[in-house]
Design a protein. Structure first.
Length: 318
């Protein structure tokens, strides 16, 4: 009879060869040289997390409603979207999304009040979470399929704004919000201070709370609102991400999930990966899977880890 399996999946922030030095991280190098790369269908970290929780398929991932739930906002049965303040620039040919803007608390409060006065006749409103995430929500909002703001930065807006049957509503709303923001006191003050003005909102992640078909996780450790929201939907035990891996315990056989953020990257080697490999060597876990974006994950077992003589081409970060 095989021993009880304790499988750990660690989801890292998006990594690239330009953002991290593998040679300075021995544990990551072990993972990349002794682990097995597995092709998967996920295209992004949110897509991967939705797949891990067996969420029903949607035309676009309803990340806004799930994140709002993870931030303990009253989601109810509304449709939710992310609506990130952005700076747009136009030339004689096109308009471009230049930068995502993080507002000061007083600026966010002022713009939210201004925008909600405009949106109230449309039965929509904006909520800004304590963490500073912006959401548009309402009981009846036309469908929208759009890419996340990070993917839209630097791109021509003409190719990103919807052209389907609901596109006219969103293009009109996008333009009217631009005009409203242009004349706001907040932007006047920002321009006087030499700051980029907020002259648009970018919407994506539309939908209601999705259905989770079944859950196989024992425990989730994360401070990420998308992961905690999915955990809340599935009824799994969700714990705050501790200071390092050594605090985590795996008392029962099953699958465990750990979702790290950008804040953990400076300590990724010493506080997380090194301890995860030690846990694998000691048999506290029997399998380690790591994902950092893209179309593959890397899996490592105790038997593969112990093959220190094994020489193979290192799996690439990108």
């Amino acid at each position: 009879m095989s021993p009880p399996q304790r499988q750990l999946t660690i989801v890292l922030p998006r990594l690239s060869s330009g953002s991290i030095e593998v040679a300075a991280m021995p544990s990551l190098k072990i993972l990349l040289t002794r682990g097995t790369a597995q092709a998967i269908t996920a295209a992004s970290i949110p897509d991967y997390l939705f797949q891990q929780f067996n969420v029903e398929k949607h035309p676009s991932l309803p990340t806004a409603a799930v994140m709002a739930l993870g931030e303990s906002l009253p989601v109810n049965n509304d449709i939710w979207l992310h609506c990130q303040p952005v700076h747009l620039q136009a030339d004689h040919k096109a308009a471009y999304l230049i930068e995502s803007i993080t507002l000061r608390d007083n600026e966010a409060d002022s713009l939210r009040h201004l925008l909600n006065g405009f949106l109230e006749p449309l039965s929509m409103s904006i909520t800004v979470s304590p963490a500073g995430n912006w959401y548009l929500h309402g009981a009846s909002i036309p469908p929208l399929t759009a890419i996340p703001v990070d993917a839209a930065i630097g791109k021509n807006l003409s190719g990103l704004l919807p052209r389907d049957s609901q596109g006219a509503f969103w293009r009109t709303l996008f333009t009217e919000i631009q005009m409203l923001l242009h004349t706001s006191d907040v932007n006047h003050t920002r321009r006087m201070a030499g700051d980029l003005d907020v002259n648009g909102l970018w919407f994506w992640g539309a939908g209601k709370l999705p259905v989770v078909h079944h859950n196989h996780w024992q425990t989730i450790w994360s401070d990420d609102p998308l992961a905690t929201g999915l955990g809340g939907l599935s009824g799994v035990k969700v714990e705050t991400l501790p200071r390092d891996y050594s605090v985590c315990e795996f008392p029962e056989p099953g699958k465990y999930l750990m979702v790290l953020s950008e804040r953990q990257l400076p300590q990724l080697e010493d506080a997380w990966l090194k301890n995860a490999l030690r846990s694998l060597r000691l048999g506290q876990i029997t399998e380690l899977t790591v994902y950092w974006g893209g179309a593959r994950q890397v899996q490592l077992t105790k038997s593969l880890l112990s093959r220190w003589w094994r020489r193979r081409q290192q799996i690439g970060i990108d």
